[in-house]
Every structure is written in C-alpha cells, then in structure tokens.
Write a protein of this length. Structure first.
Length: 334
C-alpha cells in the first residue's frame, strides 16, 4: 500500500507594511478623479436662457451734419450725459428769424394800441359833439313849439344838420374803434404765432444735441462726424441698465413654481458666482419648441417664456447664453 505524500501548509502572502500608505493614496486619487470626471447630472430645475435688452435709439428729428460724437461704444453713461451734436447753423438761423418776427409783431401791436387810443379819443369827441348838437336842436325845437316864429327855421335846419354830422362822426368813430381793436387782436395773434415758431426752433436746437434719457451702456454708433444724418435715423444706441433681462423657457409642468417676484440664480461662462435675478414677467401663452439655439435638451415641448431682472445687469451682455436654476446647487460647474 502506497504511502500518501504530505506537503507542508502554504503560508499566506502578506503585503509589506510600506505598501499600505501607497494603496491609500491611490484610493483617494481614484475617488477624486471619479468626482471630477463624472458627468454632471442635469436637474429638472435647470433652464437655458439668454440675455435680452430693450435698446433706446437716439436720433435727430431733422436732417443735418454730425458735428461731434461725445461717447464711444461700450461706454457707460449717466442720465443727462451728452451723446452727439448736429450742426445747428440752419436751425439757429430759423430761431433768429423767429425772434425778429416777434420783435416786428410786437411793434405792430404797439402801433395798433396807439391807433386804438386815438379811435377812443375820436369817439369820445364825436359823442360829445353829437350830444351838444342834439341838446341845441332839442332846445330850438322846444322854443319853436312853445312860440312859433321865435326861432328862425334856418337856424333850426343848420342845427339839425350839425347834429346829423356829429352823429355820423360818432358812428364812424365807433367803427374805427372796432377796427383798431380787431387789428390789435390780429397783431397779438401774430406775436403768439411767432413765439410758437421760436419755441419750435429752440426745441429743435435742443434736440440737435440730445442727452442720455437713462443710465446705460453705449451699444453702437452709426454715424461719424462730418456725415449727413437723415431725419429720425438713429445715431447712437443705448442699452439701458433697467431694461436688461434674462429670458428663459420653463416647461408647463413647472411654470407655476416660477411666478413674478421669485428670485432665481443665474450663471454663465466666465461670470462671477452668486448672481441672481428676480422674475418680473411670465407669458400667458405657451409655445412649442423653444426658439433658442442654446437649448441642449427640452424635457417638455410645451414651454412658457419667463423674463427676470438680473442683480448685476452691467455684468451681462445682450445675446449671452445663461443658465437659470431655482437653487444654486442646480447650476452646473463652470
């Protein structure tokens, strides 16, 4: 009977003690790499939008040559800051003509007032003559009735003729007085018209050098000094600070959670952290297919347009794509 061979038991291989720290470091590095390189999970509360603005287009109401441009593109302007100036030579001449017309019309009013004073004096004298001749005629007629033959008929006829002539002068003086009063009204109307013309010319002069109506940033300058500008054609475009919005689209299933007044967080490539915006508009009509090229994937085809006022409008550029979320943790890392 063969004997069974026996072997010594195999010893368990142990790692050297100096290898344990190396394995720990490798494990930590693996975890860190997994956290950094793992794909970011998009949240249902993350939306893609863009920056929009309602620009102000500053133009001249009349044609003219650009004299000066007081701003440059990208410059921030305060309310009342000068923007540009159109050559005022033609409008200044019109204003001077209006002033001369006012002076001439005022002189005409003064002359008509003197004529009115003379007409009043003539009327007063004519009325006095008519009353005096009328009283004399009444006295002679009464004497003739009381004692026929006491007054010569020729004297009565002469006094009657004098009275009728006085009445004629009185009526003519009244007519002249009315004409003088009407002439004054006409001259005063011409003064008023000339003053309106001066005001219009002065207003046009002021509009030839407009100022910024609100604070904002110069977006574009369409003309250079020396170029001719047609009337009502924009020369300078301003992006108002209070008209910059972040526009994004919210699926119909979530739109009730984003009413006006809610604060959202926003982010973009290269933007500083912590920017927020307050919703001030939610469209009352839904739309199909978000009309923005920045949208990565639309979980819902039916969306509502939402606009929000950013906390730092000057840090944003119109047209810039934005990430919008309900909370900071939902924003992707940039």
């Amino acid at each position: 009977m063969a004997e069974t061979a026996s072997f010594p038991p195999r010893e368990r291989r142990r790692l050297p003690p100096q290898a344990l720290p190396v394995l720990a470091v490798v494990a930590v590095l693996a975890v860190v790499l997994w956290l950094v390189l793992k794909p970011h999970r998009r949240s249902d509360e993350l939306f893609t939008g863009y920056v929009v603005s309602e620009n102000i287009f500053m133009a001249s109401p009349v044609a003219g040559t650009v004299a000066t441009i007081a701003v440059r593109r990208g410059q921030s302007v305060a309310p009342g800051a000068p923007l540009f100036r159109i050559d005022p030579t033609v409008r200044a001449a019109e204003a001077d003509r209006a002033r001369a017309q006012i002076t001439a019309n005022q002189a005409s009013v003064a002359g008509q007032q003197a004529a009115l004073a003379r007409a009043r004096a003539d009327l007063a004298a004519a009325v006095a003559d008519a009353e005096r001749s009328g009283a004399e005629l009444s006295r002679l007629s009464a004497a003739q009735r009381e004692k026929p033959g006491s007054v010569a008929q020729l004297q009565i006829d002469q006094t009657r003729a004098t009275h009728l002539a006085a009445l004629g002068r009185r009526d003519a003086a009244r007519t002249q007085l009315g004409a003088a009063a009407a002439a004054i009204e006409g001259a005063q109307a011409q003064v008023t018209e000339a003053r309106a013309g001066l005001s219009a010319a002065q207003r046009e002069l002021d509009e030839l050098a407009p100022t910024a109506p609100r604070a904002g940033r110069i977006d574009d300058i369409m003309f250079k000094p020396g170029e001719t500008v047609p009337p009502n054609v924009p020369v300078v475009t301003i992006v108002p600070t209070d008209e910059i919005r972040v526009r994004f689209y919210v699926p119909q299933a979530l739109v009730n959670g984003y009413p006006p007044g809610r604060r959202v967080v926003i982010g973009c490539d290269g933007c500083r952290q912590g920017m927020t915006a307050v919703i001030d508009f939610v469209s009352s009509r839904p739309e199909y297919t978000p009309p923005v090229i920045y949208s990565l994937d639309a979980r819902q085809k039916l969306v509502f347009l939402v606009e929000a006022v950013p906390s730092a409008p000057l840090a944003l550029t119109p047209g810039q794509p934005m990430d919008v979320a309900g909370a900071l943790r939902d924003l992707p890392r940039r």
